[in-house]
Design a protein around this ligand. Structure first.
Ligand code: ADP
Ligand code: MG
Length: 302
């Protein structure tokens, strides 16, 4: 197969290096395609992608590793590849869906997936009622576009919650208000799903004095065995989001597993190191089985 790795980071990222290694080890050609340097002939009947003055060749498969800050342009480039018939590891439509936290939660709620109580509001009135929707403080306020734990605040008291919500409103930020799952004890589960199966899972524990377990925030990872309910929650979440490859983040709450988010470009470093599994190889194997020209569900539509 000829594979494009759509990324800006090249060898700088562990995940990219591992995917390149795994693809070459299995006898495929793989090259980096810099997401933002691509330009496209949008309106043509024979769609193409150009880079550095040249039209790119046909790729059997495209692995999108699109950073959160360039979701819009990155998904447009991926969509163009889909229109050309390349098989995307994850489809542009599914990536767009998963990057919007609010939309994701609505989709998961409709599918009956367990979620933390979550409220969303625009108006500056009724702050108290919004707080009551999630059973009061302590609660978590999340900016919709945040990643790596950056846009998340824990409000421990009613007063703190009101102040934070008012401050976010002043900034005109879109945010969610969410029940704080205290019983999770600063730990969450990352279930790595490929093609409807859980291939690896880890528990991430927040650093001392921190409630966010993101590895970028000093969290530590360890191997974990998932319960059947957690497994089905993760698999259903990935399926509902339409993602072939997903990192599903789950909290162990007193009312069962609740999903926080479904990641469409889950990092490989934490999970491979915690579990000792060759996840990159499994991703390439998935492409070997599935990457047939024009096999994407949407071909960039919808
Ligand atoms: P990000 O996209 O920034 O990673 P998340 O929604 O995954 O945002 O939250 C980051 C971390 O904060 C989670 O991994 C978890 O440890 C903690 N966290 C998030 N929401 C809650 C919650 N409702 N209750 C308890 N902890 C939470
Ligand atoms: Mg997260």
């Amino acid at each position: 197969m000829r594979i494009a790795l759509l990324t800006r980071a090249k060898d700088r990222l562990y995940s990219n290096r591992r995917l390149v290694e795994a693809a070459r080890a299995r006898g495929h050609e793989i090259e980096y395609v810099h997401t933002l340097n691509c330009y496209m002939d949008i309106a043509s009947h024979s769609p193409s992608v150009h880079l550095g003055g040249q039209e790119l060749p046909f790729f059997d498969a495209v692995i999108p590793r699109i950073g959160a800050s360039v979701t819009f342009y990155g998904c447009a480039v991926l969509r163009q590849f889909e229109m050309m018939g390349s098989y995307p590891l994850n489809e542009s439509v599914a990536i767009t869906r998963s990057r919007d936290k609010l939309r994701s939660l609505q989709i998961l709620a409709r599918a009956g997936v367990g979620l933390p109580l979550t409220g969303f509001a625009h108006s500056t009135k009724n702050t108290n009622d919004l707080i009551q929707l999630v059973n009061g403080a302590p609660l978590v306020v999340k900016v919709l576009e945040g990643t790596q734990g950056k846009g998340i605040v824990l409000a421990e008291t009613q007063k703190a919650a009101e102040t934070i919500i008012d401050a976010f409103r002043q900034l005109k930020a879109n945010f969610l208000v969410q029940e704080f799952i205290k019983e999770a004890g600063g730990a969450d589960i990352r279930a790595f799903v490929i093609g409807g199966k859980i291939v690896a899972a880890m528990m991430r524990k927040a650093a001392e004095g921190e409630f966010r377990s993101n590895l970028h925030r000093g969290g530590t990872a360890s191997l974990i065995k998932l319960t059947p309910e957690e497994r089905s929650t993760a698999v259903r979440s990935a399926k509902r989001m339409g993602l072939n490859v997903a990192g599903v983040d789950i909290l162990r709450s007193s009312h069962g597993p609740v999903v926080m988010e479904v990641n469409s470009s889950p990092g490989l470093e934490g999970i491979e190191k915690a579990t000792g599994k060759d996840v990159a190889d499994m991703i390439i194997q998935f492409l070997e089985t599935n990457a047939k020209p024009k096999r994407t569900r949407t071909r960039g539509q919808g």
